[in-house]
Design a protein around this ligand. Structure first.
Ligand code: CU
Length: 323
């Protein structure tokens, strides 16, 4: 299972050089400032230790103009340097490119998966990609954002109203922004190298926070165009599976419910649930989970799912039959 944060070794967006400079300047300057206080402190504590100084030797120095000017001016200058690098770097992240010259992708973060939705392509097809990280395979499953290289990409990010705050973090691109229920936050990037880069959630959001992974696949422009304008494929790797098992995984059901054992995860086991309830109950359980809450569990944990009718039917059948 590959679970390493390989991102920081990669430098794959137009932000990296400025961001890394800003980081280095802050790090080095902070180091100098702290040493300039700590080192003299220990030195004087040692030099004027109790058995070296007699009370009557202590002078009556009241002030020292040059010293006072220096210890005011130097920190002020340092703070101005912090401000300069902090501000220019922040402006770089916050100044969005024009939407007309960018690819805009809607991103949804929810417990515990990322979903991407593109604008309709030439054929009117809307690519929707998303799903939970596959813990067993250690792959990123279906949840990848596909983008062309050297192109401005704007992410419009949100979370469902009944969810919690997440954060979309791409170490290789040095970018991170909160994803907030009921609000749209934006970030943008321009990837400079073809490749695959990790995405992780950087805001602690509950049980499977540490598995809230995704990835960004940066493609050659022509490959991206070919994929984007195709209608039958939702990942460049192949058809986006729509069977019950795949839907169960993509929607994150598996992180809260076991279905082939009676283990209780966040929610009750769904093993043999088809024998207990009819399809209407199962349908309500997905669209309005707080309606009937089984004993020993609490409302407000399971998100309400607003799935296409076809997917809902497939999922109910999967719960009833395991197929
Ligand atoms: Cu999260």
């Amino acid at each position: 299972m590959s679970n390493t944060l390989k991102g920081f070794n990669d430098s794959a967006s137009t932000f990296n050089a400025d961001m890394d400079t800003a980081f280095a300047v802050h790090f080095i300057l902070s180091g100098i400032l702290i040493l300039s206080v700590i080192v003299p402190m220990f030195y004087f504590a040692w030099k004027y230790r109790a058995d070296k100084v007699k009370n009557e030797d202590i002078g009556t120095l009241t002030h020292h103009t040059l010293l006072e000017i220096l210890w005011t001016a130097i920190p002020v200058a340092a703070v101005m340097v912090f401000f300069y690098y902090g501000n220019t770097t922040m402006q770089m992240f916050r100044t969005m490119p024009a939407e007309s010259q960018s690819i805009v992708v809607n991103v949804e973060g929810s417990k515990w998966k990322w979903k991407y939705e593109y604008a309709p392509n030439k054929a009117g097809h809307v690519h929707k990609i998303g799903g939970v990280y596959d813990k067993e395979k250690g792959t990123m499953g279906m949840s990848a954002l596909y983008v062309p290289v050297n192109t401005n990409i704007i992410l419009k990010m949100t979370a469902p109203l009944n969810d919690v705050i997440h954060s979309y973090f791409v170490p290789a691109f040095r970018m991170k922004e909160d994803v907030v229920p009921g609000r749209v936050t934006k970030q943008w990037f321009n990837a400079s190298k073809v490749g695959e880069y990790d995405v992780e959630c950087a805001e602690y959001c509950g049980t499977d926070h540490s598995y809230m992974y995704s990835k960004i696949v940066v493609m050659e422009k022509a490959d991206y165009e070919a994929w984007y304008n195709s209608t039958d494929k939702d990942t460049p790797a192949g058809n986006f599976a729509k069977d019950g098992k795949a839907l169960y995984a993509q929607n994150g059901c598996a992180s809260c419910h076991s279905i082939d054992s009676d283990a209780t995860l966040v929610g009750p086991s769904l093993q043999g649930i088809g024998a207990k309830y009819d399809a209407q109950y199962l349908s309500d359980a997905l669209t309005n989970p707080d309606k009937d809450v089984p004993e020993g569990f609490y409302p407000g944990i399971m998100p309400a799912f607003n799935l296409p009718a076809e997917d809902l039917k497939t999922l109910i059948k999967y719960m009833e039959t395991g197929k």
